[in-house]
Design a protein around this ligand. Sequence first.
Ligand SMILES: [Zn+2]
Length: 77
Amino acid sequence: MDSPLVKVDDKQVPLYRIVWVSDVPHFCGDEECMHEGDYEIRLDVDDSLWTNGEGRDSVVAALNRWGSDPRGASDDW
Ligand SMILES: [Zn+2]
């Protein structure tokens, strides 16, 4: 059984682990913050990946493809 993957930076991420994808760039005002301007991809393991706008778009596109593919539809939906 294969699970759909999307590449975020150097990682292949299973789509089913993604909870949400940020619509706007991260901003928290913290000077120490490493992710200012990056887009957050929230994972179900209480962890996040960070990517640029292009990476975010490809993740959203992959999720949309996955969700709309009848062969990919499972009872989970
Ligand atoms: Zn921050």
